[in-house]
Design a protein around this ligand. Structure first.
Ligand code: GLP
Length: 242
């Protein structure tokens, strides 16, 4: 695990966007694993600017998102499908056929999860996986005590996650869907490179546990200590307990 500490969130996000850009330039047909959440919004904004001002070309890129809420379809403004359209896909020249987000409205979510995992394998695996860190240590929606060997599957969200994400659902944790489909921790560990971005003082304790604590299912992000090529970019606030 390589750790990079930047003075503030903006410069942490700038470095992350640069790593993503470098990946696309080096391998135009890259398979990117993408994440959602507040941390990622400004990173996607920087990539859109790179596309508009420096012709960063997404035409050969394939993407797989980490997760989606069960019960929300792509047209739902609170879905991660919608988030990705809004923040990235509709603003760059990625082919709609090359973007993948688990279908949270699938009638058989177990089959959907299995097919999603198979589609990642068919694409040749993920070259670069972008990750955020949940305040309870989750990556994707792999909640604490998920097996470190888990694959893409349906999961029940932790109460702490419902509270963390309530802001996007009118502030009420009870309005957040209680289940999601998520890429598994083992799926994430198979990416060729993992790029995690952690910012803000609220993530300081969990970032320290993830980076310096034992590898444990209690902190799913700690599994990244086993990743052969993982870069964690933190701002000084998020790094303050290291
Ligand atoms: C969500 C997503 C995660 C994300 C995390 C952090 O629950 N499923 O993939 O990393 O929250 O989100 P934020 O950046 O908003 O703190």
């Amino acid at each position: 695990m390589k750790i990079l500490i930047r003075p503030d969130a903006a410069s942490a996000r700038t470095v992350a966007a640069h790593v993503l850009k470098r990946q696309i330039v080096k391998k135009p047909a890259s398979v990117l694993g993408l994440a959602t959440g507040r941390t990622m919004e400004a990173i996607y904004k920087l990539l859109v600017t790179e596309h508009r001002e420096s012709n960063l070309d997404f035409s050969s890129v394939t993407t797989f998102n980490l997760d989606e809420y069960i019960g929300l379809d792509a047209a739902n403004e609170q879905s991660y499908h919608y988030y990705m359209q809004e923040h990235l896909f509709s603003k760059v020249n990625v082919s709609p056929n090359s973007t993948h987000v688990p279908n949270g409205a699938a009638s058989d979510v177990d089959a959907e999860a299995k097919n999603y995992e198979a589609a990642i394998a068919r694409a040749g695996g993920i070259d670069l996986q972008l990750l955020g860190l949940g305040q309870n240590g989750h990556i994707g929606f792999n909640e604490p005590l998920s097996s470190l060997n888990c694959r893409t599957r349906a999961i029940t969200l932790a109460q702490t996650t419902l509270e963390q994400n309530a802001e996007m659902f009118g502030g009420n944790p009870d309005s957040v869907p209680s289940r999601a489909i998520t890429m598994g921790t083992a799926t994430i560990l198979e990416s060729h490179m993992a790029l995690m971005v952690v910012t803000g003082p609220a993530k300081a304790q969990i970032a320290a546990q993830m980076i310096e604590g034992p590898v444990t299912a209690a902190v799913p992000g700690s599994a990244l200590q086993y990743h052969p090529s993982c870069l964690v970019i933190l701002d000084e606030d998020a790094a303050s307990a290291l």
